[in-house]
Design a protein around this ligand. Structure first.
Ligand code: MF3
Ligand code: CO
Ligand code: CO
Length: 259
């Protein structure tokens, strides 16, 4: 079954509500992300917030993942496991990735947080990655190729001297956690399937300071680090293809306008 689902109006409304909650979770946690706290403590706050709002954290127990969020500092590309041993410190950059299940529907979003003063290079990586996500979103409209998302992302990331992770991708989302299609963040122009109204998927570029390759932690089986241990950054939104363009479903603060 590798068809891309076209969501019904009822499904779209359900996914919109779940996506808004996921984004509100990232807003809620922002002031708590400070030097001295552990990533496990942040995960506990995230789990409470999600459950207090009538939802369930999708990652908990997903293929054995043990936590309610992925928290990925510095050289961790994605799937960092919240830990009582990881204490945040001045100069850290980190991604927090939250996926909610609300009334059966999934919303998936992540963003970067920074602790105190960070290096100019870390700042440039974070800002470039954020712009990569926005460039990808601007490609979302009926009749465009999925490959153009990854084409514009990789063109911009490389122009800034960074590399694009190709071993992890965006994905259809909403009725299941990971649906078709796979959304590549480095792709050829005009490649892949065509976007159609009612499709919902994530765009979640992971951009590296150095080499694009990753290594999975041999002990925990999850944590993906840059193979050269240089920095990595990621932002993620859940996006709907509308009849005229896109709607960012995980945009709780109306940073994007509808097209
Ligand atoms: N939220 C991640 C994504 O963007 C997936 C995490 S799966 C987990 O697709 F098992 F690592 F939690
Ligand atoms: Co995702
Ligand atoms: Co995610």
């Amino acid at each position: 079954m590798d068809d891309i689902l076209i969501k019904s109006p009822g499904q779209i409304e359900g996914i919109r509500r779940s996506s808004r909650l996921a984004a509100q979770t990232l807003d809620y946690i922002a002031p708590l992300v400070k030097a001295g706290v552990t990533t496990e403590w942040l995960d506990q706050r995230i789990e409470e917030f999600i459950r207090d709002h009538g939802a369930v954290p999708a990652t908990k127990g997903y293929n054995g993942f043990p936590a309610s969020s992925c928290i990925s500092p510095n050289e961790v590309v994605c799937h960092g496991i919240p830990s009582p041993h990881v204490v945040l410190k001045e100069g850290d950059i980190l991604n927090i990735d939250v996926t909610t299940i609300l009334e059966g529907f999934y919303g998936d979003t992540s963003r970067m947080y920074t602790i105190g003063e960070i290096t100019p290079l870390a700042r440039k990586l974070v800002d470039t990655t954020r712009h990569c996500l926005d460039l990808g979103i601007q490609q979302v409209r009926p009749g465009n190729y999925f490959g153009n998302i990854g084409f514009v992302i990789s063109r911009y990331a490389r122009s800034q001297g960074f590399s694009v992770v190709y071993e992890f991708c965006g994905h259809g989302v909403g009725v299941e956690f990971h649906e078709e299609p796979q959304v590549d963040h480095a792709a050829r122009r005009n490649s892949g399937p065509l976007m159609r109204p009612g499709m919902i998927f994530t765009i979640e570029p992971m951009i590296n300071q150095g080499r694009p390759t990753t290594v999975i932690d041999r002990k925990d089986g999850w944590t993906a680090r840059t193979s050269d241990r240089k920095l990595s950054a990621q932002f993620e939104h859940t996006v709907l293809v509308t009849p005229t363009g896109f709607e960012v479903l995980t945009d709780a603060n109306q940073e994007y306008h509808l097209t």
